[in-house]
Design a protein around this ligand. Structure first.
Ligand code: C2E
Ligand code: MG
Ligand code: MG
Length: 349
């Protein structure tokens, strides 16, 4: 901590912060290796941000936390809203812990449909958190916090077990797709959890698909590939989710034979607006074909999008056009409807 006292009211604190930061911005030598150094800073100013040391430190710390979230090597001034956000986060973390203890989550499922084979292939499990005061909380709101706090590990394990348990009650060869968060992917026990979930539920491994995102490749490529291969060895399928939004380096597509690329919905949204979205879809499907990977387009909302996707060589679709994510009971009704319509024999399989 740096305490600067007796600063004149006219002092330019931002310029001062810049100057301080540049002191840290240099290379240092450790055991003969050059390492880059930088500093993030949080700044609290008396008397507005507190008149005692404890309050000032706490508020500077909140600002520091924010500076780190903003991408590190930067600084942030304390604002009252940071305090409210921190309170909100703390409450949400406590509520998450209770939900884990009390089994307070639910899985919804959204159908994955093959235009190519004209049949229902699978459902993606999407977590929901019914909250007593706040209603249904979207995963977009709590998965990032669960990631930061490590709570994603028990939550993710529950999702895998529950999804396998449910999918084992579905007829025929219908699969279930489960999202695996980057932090969860890095935990050493993942393959064992998957194995145990399959064994307990009796679901054949080839009916489980794990969805991972491109971000797992930034951390440690070697470790990532090792984990992917150990999961593949169990016989489960592996899909790359939100394809096109991340780092989109082609090298990892060559380094692992994914079963499926899920083209992010941002590309699908642009399809009927003119422009070059068709060309992007075609490039992805051509590339995937060449690599022997299936393609699925996410967020397909209308027939026009589906028609273009089919024309550009995309195999599967998922989106509101077919169905929103639905609860377990509705899944059984949906299956009965779809399968009875297209392929009655599958129901009895
Ligand atoms: P995702 O895996 O890419 O899932 C697709 C998201 O798009 C879902 O949002 C789904 O409801 C939404 N969606 C589907 N069709 C359409 C459509 O036609 N139009 C639009 N606008 N949206 C559509 P959801 O359920 O809110 O989940 C958001 C994200 O949260 C997921 O993105 C996934 O990354 C994450 N997530 C969900 N469940 C889990 C989970 O169990 N574990 C982990 N680690 N992440 C999860
Ligand atoms: Mg997904
Ligand atoms: Mg996605």
């Amino acid at each position: 901590a740096i305490l600067l006292s007796d600063l004149p009211a006219t002092e330019n604190l931002a310029a001062l912060a810049d100057k301080l930061q540049s002191c840290f911005d240099r290379q240092i030598l450790i055991d003969g290796q050059h390492a880059d150094a930088s500093a993030s800073m949080g700044i609290a100013v008396a008397p507005d941000d507190g008149i005692d040391g404890i309050t000032l430190m706490k508020n500077a710390d909140l600002a520091l936390y924010r500076a780190k979230r903003d991408g590190k090597a930067t600084y942030h001034f304390f604002e009252q809203s940071l305090d409210e956000q921190a309170r909100h986060r703390r409450q949400m973390e406590l509520d998450l812990r209770l939900a884990i203890r009390d089994g307070g989550f639910e899985l919804y499922y959204q159908p994955l449909y093959s235009m190519h084979e004209e049949r229902l292939m699978a459902f993606e499990a999407l977590i929901r958190w019914p909250h007593s005061d706040k209603g249904m909380i979207s995963p977009v709101e709590f998965i990032p916090l669960a990631e930061e706090t490590g709570l994603i590990i028990p939550i993710g394990e529950w999702v895998i077990r529950e999804a396998c348990r449910q999918a084992a009650t579905w007829p025929g060869d219908l699969s279930v797709a489960v999202n695996i968060s980057p932090k969860q992917f890095l935990t050493p026990g993942l393959a064992n959890i998957v194995l145990s979930a399959l064994a307990t539920s009796g679901l054949p491994a080839n009916r489980l698909e794990l969805e991972i995102t491109e971000s797992i490749f930034i951390a440690n490529v070697e470790k990532t590939l090792e984990t992917l291969h150990s999961l593949r060895a169990l016989g489960v399928r592996i899909a790359l989710d939100d394809f096109g939004t991340g780092y989109s380096s082609l090298s990892y597509l060559r380094s692992f034979p994914f079963d499926k690329l899920k083209i992010d919905q941002s590309f699908v949204r642009d399809l009927t607006l003119g422009g070059n979205a068709n060309a992007v879809i075609r490039a992805i499907t051509t590339l995937a074909d060449a690599l022997g990977m299936e393609t699925l387009a996410e967020g397909v909302e209308d027939e026009a999008q589906a028609a273009i996707l089919r024309q550009e060589g995309c195999h599967q679709i998922q989106g509101y056009l077919l169905s929103q994510p639905i609860d377990v009971a509705a899944v059984h009704r949906f299956i009965a409807l779809m399968v009875a319509e297209s392929d009655p024999e599958r129901l009895s399989a």
